[in-house]
Design a protein around this ligand. Structure first.
Ligand code: 6PG
Length: 258
């Protein structure tokens, strides 16, 4: 297949308007297709960048309207901690974006956090989150994989994305939509994550990777065999031109990107 798209900007401030245009184009297409916009988001720096993109003032054109009332937001991965815990990706998104949405003007997204009832049992947590996905994306037996309109992801310094870590057996899971991990190399150890096939099945997948700390891993992912086998590389491989990387100059300095 075709290679992913890589877009590079001077910095996050310059990247944000393009990320906005990209997200809104996906939003408008999805609403046109099925009336809602189904998005999965990860943690890290992404919620902050996303807020910068989405809470900015509209340019007034008809396509440049964030219609949050049509959004259904899921977590690409989540830590098995209470929703008000510092490590919670839900809390991160809430603090950075959800709480800042002017709901009276633009409506309110439907958000799908993990169920705190299952914090002690990561596998049960994953099964329950999968059930929530099934209830939205149709019954398991009629849909092989959930079709997210857009997945917004980060890339860790080791090449992980979601909570899919390099060389972890979870990368070989092909059946379940949502997986549990109890030995995450990055704390906290207990997490749930979308599976690699679910990520690659998405209509569109965007990575946001900025800052000089990303240079080495970007070089590896885009220039080496080893890097192509890392989780982010596997998404590039599996989803090809559906994938877009939003990067800044420091993150791709000296990297041969497509
Ligand atoms: C996690 C983080 C992690 C993060 C990447 C990229 O659960 O450990 O959410 O997956 O998304 O490490 O982080 P940055 O976007 O902050 O570089």
């Amino acid at each position: 297949g075709k290679p992913p798209n890589v877009y590079t900007f001077a910095g996050v401030a310059e990247l944000a308007p393009s990320l906005r245009a990209y997200v809104l184009s996906a939003q408008n297409a999805a609403i046109e297709r099925h009336g809602t916009f189904r998005v999965a988001v990860s943690g890290g720096s992404l919620p902050k960048t996303l807020a910068q993109a989405l809470l900015a003032k509209s340019d007034g054109s008809s396509g440049d309207v964030v219609d949050f009332s049509k959004w259904e937001i899921f977590f690409a991965d989540e830590r098995c901690v209470p929703l008000d815990h510092e490590d919670s990706n839900y809390k991160l998104l809430k603090d950075e974006l959800l709480d800042k949405i002017p709901k009276e003007e633009v409506g309110e997204p439907k958000v799908f956090p993990i169920d705190e009832q299952y914090l002690d049992d990561a596998q049960e947590m994953a099964d329950q989150y999968e059930k929530a996905l099934v209830s939205v994306f149709a019954a398991r037996d009629s849909v092989k994989l959930p079709l997210f309109d857009l997945l917004l992801l980060g890339c860790g310094p080791d090449g992980h994305t979601c909570s899919l870590f390099p060389e972890h057996p979870l990368l070989r899971e092909t059946d379940a939509w949502v997986l549990s991990i109890s030995d995450s190399p990055k704390p906290p150890p207990k997490r749930i994550t979308l599976s690699l096939p679910v990520v690659c099945h998405g209509a569109k997948i965007a990575f946001v990777a900025t800052g000089g700390g990303k240079k080495d891993i970007m070089k590896k992912i885009f220039e080496t065999e080893e890097g192509r086998a890392l989780p982010c590389g596997l998404v590039n491989e599996g989803a090809g031109e559906k994938v877009s990387w939003f990067t800044d100059a420091p993150a791709v300095e000296g990297v041969s990107v497509p």
